[in-house]
Write a protein of this length. Sequence first.
Length: 398
Amino acid sequence: MNKYLLFTPGPVNVAENVRRAICKDDICHRESDFDDLLQRVETKLLKLFEIKNSVDYRAVVITGSGTAANESMLSSVVGHKRILILSNGEFGDRLYNISKVHNKNTTVLQYSWGERFDLETIKAYLTTHEIDIVAMVHHETSSGMLNPLEKIGTLCKEHKAMFIVDCVSSAGAEVIDMEKCHIAFCSSSSSKAICSYPGLSFVVGKTNEFERLRDLPVKTAYLNLYAFYEFIKNFSQTPNTPAVHLFYALEQALDNILNKGIAHHYSVLQDKAKILRDGMSNLGLTFLMEEKDMCSVLTTVYLPTHIDTTLFRQKLREKSIIIYEGKGRFKNKVFQVGNIGELSFADIQFFLDSLENVLQSFGNGKVKIIPFTLGGGRKSMIVYVDGDTKSRELATAS
Ligand SMILES: Cc1ncc(COP(=O)(O)O)c(C=O)c1O
């Protein structure tokens, strides 16, 4: 029994067989046991991405969180070229900041957090500027917005720009058609919709684009994407010591998705998101964006203004429920509820019941001042009104 139900965008509650997988035999990462394991993990990652011709694409696995895969891409594929970052949230901003560290020709088209990308301004920018590479986040986790992969990919193709994408919180939950969306490289991590432990990330890319990295300047030694490619291609290994047992866990998590079917996995996530969203709407909560803009893993909800974030999260934590609070510009304005990992439909109902309970404990925020007389003086009582009929005294004032 887990201590907490992680209603977060990851790391997640893992399946029992994933938990057991990290206890497998100790193996040496320079022996054929690991070579085979890495080969199987790569094959399964390419299956998850529904790559039809697996010779045209490769997946390299990096020991490190999602940021390691992002930094590996951004430091290794740009060279001296010009890169444009599209950002509408915290994680788009992070791509920009990482790129600036490695690439002096970095620019950003900055949209408000939670705002849709405006395709016309992007098109105009690509028409009037020499841009070689465009990078963006697929699912902008800070707001929950799913950015339009195919539309931006098509613009990139029209303007002969390479397209690279952070799919850290969308891979394993949303269809990512690398070919149709003209994606050269995309990154993701083990601990979100793929439902394994944190600690591994990966980059899926076109084989010919991986080959081209050989001629580019090396900007980081440890996260050199070409080195990862060279090692997997030549030895089925990683350049440095990998977190061996996390590979077992990742393989098991991938098996869990592939055995049940990718489409089935996606549709269960959609069902869970729908039940959560309907349930929260019924409690009178409203969302940061329309449902059609959301990813199937996460819902970003306005925090009622009379509720204190810290206390709200604490009350849920006391019921073993962990949610996310808003980051950066969304701090104290929203909370986020994820529906990935081992969360059953019963857990979701438990969450909704607990949420109702916690919201009720704060009242509904409508305040009524009722004057009354006590002894000799005139006093008034502040009453927070719960629904239409129930009233609860919270304080008195003279
Ligand atoms: C879209 C996106 N990109 C990048 C990251 C960073 O990943 P990590 O914290 O695993 O390094 C996250 C983390 O939540 C994310 O959601």
